[in-house]
Design a protein around this ligand. Structure first.
Ligand SMILES: C[S@@+](CC[C@H](N)C(=O)[O-])C[C@H]1O[C@@H](n2cnc3c(N)ncnc32)[C@H](O)[C@@H]1O
Length: 433
């Protein structure tokens, strides 16, 4: 039986609808207080003994247009002095680089995120990456990733980035259906996206596309066509289920009837299953949050496999994926406030969460959400106890439902569990105990 048909055969309802996000995301972090800022600064003064390689992720929180669904905190390029922003971004990076924790850390990924980093010129992106290389310990084997839209990734820009040694370009393709693209205010056409991907692949760059399902008005056929086009272009995939966020243009459009609503939970599940089926049959493997990959490197990315002990050092206005072991943080979203804070020599953190040991145990269990096993040996080394002793009810329930397997070494999801990984992660959130 293929992996895909195993998943198909497990369509029986376990939860009413699929959760797409786990607990402990940035929206739950408390606002920063003087005492948590102090605790974080003290932590940054300690040595990093985790033994994990980390990711360095400066955000270019700028876009030249706003997609209707996008909840990322970004500023239009017309409303900011880009050079001034880059200089503050470097200043923030330098503040981290001067700490003991970062001086004793090694990074194996430099990722320009955002936002749309490709709104910068190739020279600006390369200058920022050079700055990172000069100021941080970079592992012998390391990778550079840049995200961008086909609109701002002029072919010449791609040539320069490939020549410099960029490994991967992440492209927000979203859908290859032009009717949907127009409705979602995507600035380029499916043909533009295709041309940029083809050019990048010809240059030997790895391309990872963000594609989305359960878009308003998206049929199964449209989704299948987007998946097939992605495979044909030999791209890696981040397949996201659309979340209609409060305050987005799309939310307003759905409310005022200019956009149809999203499909229901069953439609969403079928679209998810279809993606899993088509992609696994084309040789992709599900990894991490929402990725399907045929590139060996993605299977062993340290910042993923090291969760929650490794780290992503993220910087820039509104960045929200930062975590350094028990500390997780997001930055000030307003770009002017961000720059003013950095200018006076303060870390521009808006929200900061310091996990207790109990929270770290719960976060360790969310490795299941990332399709990673929970090693019993490591759990014992970190906490002096076993997952079964800490979470007896949850593990028993999930095992009886056929969602997880437990052996002497580890706890892992079953094929059936993969479909419900978000819901499974929530079983370990504080409210469930
Ligand atoms: C900050 S964007 C980076 C894309 C980048 N701006 C580009 O031009 O390629 C990261 C990705 O998050 C996903 N995303 C944004 N809003 C989302 C939402 N409301 N629900 C689900 N995924 C979303 C999109 O697929 C998007 O490409």
């Amino acid at each position: 039986m293929t992996k895909a048909s195993e998943l198909e055969n497990n369509k029986s309802e376990v939860y009413g609808s699929r959760e797409n996000w786990p607990p402990y995301t940035y929206r739950d972090y408390p606002d920063i207080k003087p005492e948590t800022y102090k605790a974080f600064m003290e932590f940054l003064n300690t040595e990093n003994t985790s033994g994990r390689l980390m990711e360095l992720q400066p955000w270019i929180s700028l876009c030249d247009s706003k997609c209707a669904f996008c909840y990322f905190p970004t500023t239009p390029t017309t409303k900011v002095q880009i050079e001034q922003y880059l200089s503050m971004l470097k200043k923030e990076l330098a503040m981290y680089a001067s700490t003991k924790y970062v001086k004793t850390s090694v990074f194996d990924e430099i990722v320009l995120g955002g936002g749309t980093p490709s709104v910068l010129s190739a020279e600006q992106m390369i200058d920022l990456i050079d700055f990172c290389k000069e100021n941080f310990n970079i592992n012998k084997e390391y990778f550079i990733k840049i995200s961008g839209s086909s609109k701002t990734l002029a072919l010449k820009k791609l040539d320069k980035l490939a020549e410099y040694g960029v490994f991967q370009v992440d492209m927000g393709a979203q859908t290859f259906d032009d009717k949907l693209r127009k409705m979602l205010c995507l600035p380029d056409s499916a043909a533009d996206v295709e041309a940029a991907i083809k050019h990048a692949r010809k240059l030997g760059l790895c391309v990872c596309v963000d594609i989305m399902y359960n878009l308003p008005g998206q049929t199964m056929e449209s989704w299948e066509n987007t998946l097939k086009k992605t495979i044909e272009l030999d791209a890696e995939v981040d397949a996201y289920s659309l979340h209609v966020d409060p305050g987005t243009l799309l939310e307003k459009m759905i409310k005022n009837g200019t956009s149809p609503p999203q499909g229901d939970a069953e439609h969403e599940k079928q679209l998810h299953i279809k993606a899993h089926e088509i992609l696994t049959e084309a040789g992709y493997k599900a990894v991490g949050h929402d990725r399907y990959s045929r590139v060996e490197w993605h299977m062993r990315e340290n910042c993923l496999n090291g969760w929650p002990w490794g780290g992503i050092l993220t910087t820039g206005a509104g960045c929200f994926m930062g975590y350094l072991q028990k500390f997780s943080y997001s930055n000030i979203e307003n770009i002017n406030e961000y720059m003013e804070t950095v200018a006076v020599g303060k870390l521009p953190i808006h929200r900061l969460s310091e996990s207790t040991t109990e929270d770290m145990m719960r976060r360790t269990m969310t490795r299941l959400y990332l399709l990673l096993p929970v090693s019993k040996k490591e759990f014992m080394e970190k906490f002096g106890t076993t997952p079964e002793k800490v979470f007896p009810k949850q593990l028993e329930k999930l095992k009886n439902q056929g969602l997880i397997e437990i052996d002497e070494q580890e706890i892992r999801l079953t094929k059936k569990g993969e479909l419900w990984k978000g819901n499974i992660a929530w079983e370990f959130a504080p409210k469930s105990s």
